[in-house]
Design a protein around this ligand. Structure first.
Ligand SMILES: C[S@@+](CC[C@H](N)C(=O)[O-])C[C@H]1O[C@@H](n2cnc3c(N)ncnc32)[C@H](O)[C@@H]1O
Length: 235
């Protein structure tokens, strides 16, 4: 086993919102179901990544299974990776109730998950990368690229700041207000914690990191203000 240096980022210790508590996890799922239609969003990601019944997909930071549980019905195997045991447990229980048996649960993280066997067809990383400072985001993206087949795809979604800084405050306030309208005050408070204590970064930094990790950016969607998604293809 490779020795981890003393200066290595501890991804098991949460920055911002703490997803290591069981109560937080159930509340997270209930609030996010108000914010987005899991099935519709997952279908769109499946289309963007051209996934099919033979595909293997790594869901990095799977959370309660917003994507994994839906994609399991459309793909061969989903590797559900998360640093939070309560999140993984919640996802596993939901899968059991739905009779889903093709999810592999991995208590690990962006900086530690070792993908075994065949490289995967695709990876998704939805609202997770902002948990790492920029230096470690680049490490995580490079590791992710290494887990994929040549031509393999990554769907990346996160809060990303526009380089045109004159609209920054307006975009951030707009996002927090829309979260409050759709999902209530508690999730809006978490959105505030996200901006204050977590590590979202600028679009030009994110794009540079994606490219330097071995990906080509096939498409970038900046239409929803600070909520940004990228479809990336391994070069
Ligand atoms: C905002 S939630 C998003 C969950 C899920 N992707 C979704 O779409 O609902 C962030 C998730 O990332 C996980 N997480 C935080 N840091 C991580 C890391 N370094 N590696 C993997 N997962 C991480 C948290 O435990 C949590 O489940």
């Amino acid at each position: 086993m490779t020795k981890v240096p003393a200066w290595h980022f501890n991804e098991m210790k949460f920055s911002g919102v703490d997803f290591s508590q069981g109560e937080e996890v159930a509340a997270y799922d209930a609030m996010h179901r108000k914010l987005r239609d899991y099935a519709r969003v997952s279908e769109e990601i499946i289309r963007l990544l051209s996934l099919n019944p033979g595909s293997t997909v790594i869901d990095l930071g799977c959370g309660t299974g917003a994507f994994a549980l839906h994609a399991a019905g459309k793909c061969r195997t989903i590797y559900a990776v998360d640093v939070s045991e309560p999140m993984l447990e919640y996802c596993r229980k939901q899968a059991e109730q739905k009779g889903i048996t093709n999810i592999v649960y991995c208590h690990s993280g962006l900086l530690s998950y070792e993908h075994q066997g065949e490289p995967a067809d695709a990876a998704v990383c939805i609202a997770v990368l902002h948990h790492l400072p920029d230096f470690w985001k680049q490490v995580a993206l490079t590791r992710c690229c290494g887990m994929l087949k040549p031509g393999g795809r990554l769907f990346l979604f996160d809060i990303v700041f526009p380089s045109k800084t004159d609209c920054l405050e307006r975009e951030i306030d707009g996002w927090i207000n829309s979260v409050e309208t759709m999902a209530g005050a508690r999730l809006a408070e978490e959105a505030v914690v996200h901006i204050k204590d977590e590590f979202s970064t600028y679009d030009w930094i994110m794009e540079g990191m994606i490219r330097r990790s071995g990906f080509h950016i096939s498409s970038a969607d900046y239409r929803s203000g600070v909520q940004v998604s990228y479809v990336c293809t391994k070069r």
